[in-house]
Structure formats: structure tokens, C-alpha cells
Design a protein around this ligand. Structure first.
Ligand SMILES: CC(C)(COP(=O)(O)OP(=O)(O)OC[C@H]1O[C@@H](n2cnc3c(N)ncnc32)[C@H](O)[C@@H]1OP(=O)(O)O)[C@@H](O)C(=O)NCCC(=O)NCCS
Length: 151
């Protein structure tokens, strides 16, 4: 966790999550967590995802307190790649791995909140804005876009 937390703090300067919040997600749904490990053992990226509920977004920097019993969608909380390792397909590979996990867990749809002007990246990976639902994304500031992809 410590190198992942360090990377998250460096990349998500506007979206701080405490180490215990990240550790809670790993403990709650380890099958949805990935790290990109370099040949020298250092961490170049990570992904965090878990089952959740359509129309709801986990509040930033809050522990999950378990998965919702009514979970009906697979939620990608974050994919982040060290700037030095970007543009090599690592995030795309993570999306494919998480989609496989989602399918194996029985879900037919993935959702996420696009931040940091990442909408184009997600659109090119098959996601589109959720148009007909009101979702509280206030803890993520202006510019966050709630997106979905059918599996
Ligand atoms: C968004 C983010 C995760 C993308 O990571 P990445 O590893 O660079 O993503 P990929 O390499 O898979 O794809 C990036 C681009 O490189 C291209 N690419 C993939 N493999 C490539 C290769 N071998 N050579 C050159 N380009 C390549 C992809 O086609 C893609 O282009 P596109 O987005 O125009 O379609 C990364 O920019 C990041 O960490 N951003 C900050 C955190 C963040 O905002 N995360 C999203 C939160 S919702």
C-alpha cells in the first residue's frame, strides 16, 4: 500500500484519499485492485474497483464499510499511471482486466466517474456519459462525468 498511496498523492493532487481509505477498498474487494509492477519491483500504476450501486458514487476519502448488498453495477473507482509510464497501453490493459473481473462476478455494466479531463480516454474505451440519472458527485468538484459501459 505505501507506494500506491505515494503515487496516488502525486497524481491525484485534487482528490486526496487517505491511506486507510485506499486500504479499506483493497481489503473489501481485493479482486478489483491491480498494481503495475516494474521489472525493478517499483510500482508504476494501480487500479481500484468494486461492485456498487447504479446512480451512486462512493464519497471521496470515505471508507466503503463493506459492499452494498444491492450492488448492481461494477464501479471503477480509479486507474492511475505514473506519468513516465503513460501512453504504453497500461491503463487500457487495466480496463480489460477489470471488465473480465466484472463479467466473472456476474455484472453486465461498468460505471465510473471521469475526472482530470480523462473523458476522452474513457470514451475511446467504450464508455459514455450516463444521461438520465442524477448522481451526487459533489465531493469530486466540478467537471466530474458519470460514465457507463455495457459488458
Ligand atoms: C488516464 C490514464 C490512466 C491513462 O493511462 P495510460 O497508461 O497512459 O493509458 P494508455 O496508455 O492505455 O492509453 C493512453 C493512450 O496511449 C495510447 N497507447 C496505447 N498503447 C500505446 C503504445 N504502445 N504506444 C503509444 N501509444 C499507446 C492509447 O491508444 C491511448 O490513446 P487515446 O487515449 O488517445 O486513445 C493516465 O493518463 C492517468 O493516470 N491519468 C491521471 C489519473 C486519472 O485521471 N485517472 C482517471 C481517473 S477517472
Amino acid at each position: 500500500m505505501p507506494p500506491v498511496f505515494t503515487l496516488a498523492c502525486a497524481i491525484h493532487v485534487d482528490f486526496f484519499e487517505a491511506l486507510e481509505v485506499m486500504a479499506d477498498k483493497l481489503a473489501t474487494y481485493p479482486a478489483g485492485c491491480l498494481v503495475l509492477e516494474r521489472a525493478d519491483g517499483t510500482i508504476g500504476g494501480y487500479a481500484v474497483s468494486h461492485p456498487y450501486v447504479k446512480g451512486r458514487v462512493p464519497k471521496l476519502n470515505h471508507v466503503l464499510r463493506g459492499l452494498p448488498t444491492e450492488a448492481d453495477v461494477y464501479y471503477i473507482h480509479d486507474i492511475a499511471i505514473d506519468p513516465a509510464a503513460r501512453g504504453q497501453g497500461h491503463a487500457e490493459a487495466a480496463v480489460l482486466l477489470l471488465a473480465r473481473q466484472a463479467r466473472e462476478a456476474g455484472f453486465t455494466e461498468m460505471r465510473l466517474l471521469s475526472v482530470n479531463n480523462s473523458e476522452g480516454f474513457w470514451t475511446r474505451r467504450g464508455f459514455a456519459p450516463v444521461g438520465n440519472e442524477t448522481v451526487d458527485v459533489s465531493s469530486y468538484g466540478d467537471g466530474a462525468i458519470y460514465m457507463f459501459q455495457s459488458l
